[in-house]
Design a protein around this ligand. Sequence first.
Ligand SMILES: [Zn+2]
Length: 119
Amino acid sequence: MGPTAAGRERAISPTIIRCNCGHRITVKDVIQTGVYLSVLGPSFVYVRYRCGRCKRIGERLVQEERWDPSVLRPARRGMSDDELRRFVDMGDITPEEIIDFHYTLDRLGAETEEEARHA
Ligand SMILES: [Zn+2]
């Protein structure tokens, strides 16, 4: 896997932190975060939380390269996890799409001129 594939995988499945009770930890449950730096192995981000549902305190370690702070963002209203995943799957706009868009604009402009001439 090249760096692109790894980046894509992280975009689709960030490490979501869940309490043992299944509650998804968001930023309002977090007490503390920090980084364990390691010279030899991978570094880790630790997240200490107090579960908003069962009130238990827990801690989770995530490999730093797998860490995406956006997993702590509360789910956006009106956008389910599935919708969010589909949105991420769409990826970046390709040059082809930009060219398409450009041609569409050109065509629209030409049609409008045509109408103006007939008016
Ligand atoms: Zn819990």
